[in-house]
Design a protein around this ligand. Structure first.
Ligand SMILES: [Zn+2]
Length: 185
């Protein structure tokens, strides 16, 4: 009797889940929602505007992921930090709940490299692109190898397609949100 009741309930729950999954799949056919990741520029110093430009370029270049500035005081998936070293970044792709960092190093800016190209390039790493050096100026991920005269901040077709691919099949929230909860939290 008890077992039978449980079996019926399980079947009912499965039917509910099936209905929900079926419904969202149908909706996805109509409108594919982009993954949105956020960034914190509170420590980006003099590079805030260049970072905003680099982010806008990515938002114009791809549709499977969007990068938005986090509201002040809220947790961000990517933090942008100005320092005196060489520009660098965490290699993504970073997903919501993830943790990436872009260092806007002054060393390259002081040497004459385009600051918007640097910002866009470093966000390319956040979106999962490796360096592609040496390479031509038309390639964003050729980075410093294209020289200080190269100011191109746009990904080429292959780079944009690569990022689209990285975010085409976003992992389920349970798989990507590896939150560490400390003893004193
Ligand atoms: Zn790089």
């Amino acid at each position: 009797m008890f077992r039978r009741t449980v079996t019926v309930m399980v079947a009912f729950v499965l039917a509910l889940v099936g209905g929900v999954v079926g419904g969202s799949t149908a909706a996805a056919d109509v409108h594919v929602a982009a993954v949105t990741i956020t960034y914190d520029d509170s420590r980006a110093g003099e590079f805030v505007d260049a970072v905003a430009e680099g982010v806008a370029i990515w938002n114009d270049s791809v549709s499977n992921v969007r990068i938005e500035r986090a509201a002040p005081g809220t947790r961000a998936d990517v933090r942008v930090v100005a320092d005196d070293g060489w520009p660098r970044a965490t290699l993504g792709p970073v997903f919501p709940g993830g943790s990436g960092t872009v260092w806007m190093g002054r060393q390259a800016v002081d040497q004459g490299y385009s600051v918007v190209r640097i910002a866009s390039h470093e966000f390319g790493h956040i979106l999962g692109l490796p360096d592609m050096k040496p390479g031509p100026c038309s390639s964003l991920m050729s980075g410093s190898s294209a020289g200080t005269s190269c100011t191109n901040p746009n990904p080429d077709a292959r780079e944009a397609a690569w990022v689209e691919d990285n975010y085409a099949n976003a992992p389920a929230p349970a798989e990507r949100e590896l939150v560490v909860v400390g003893w004193l939290d």
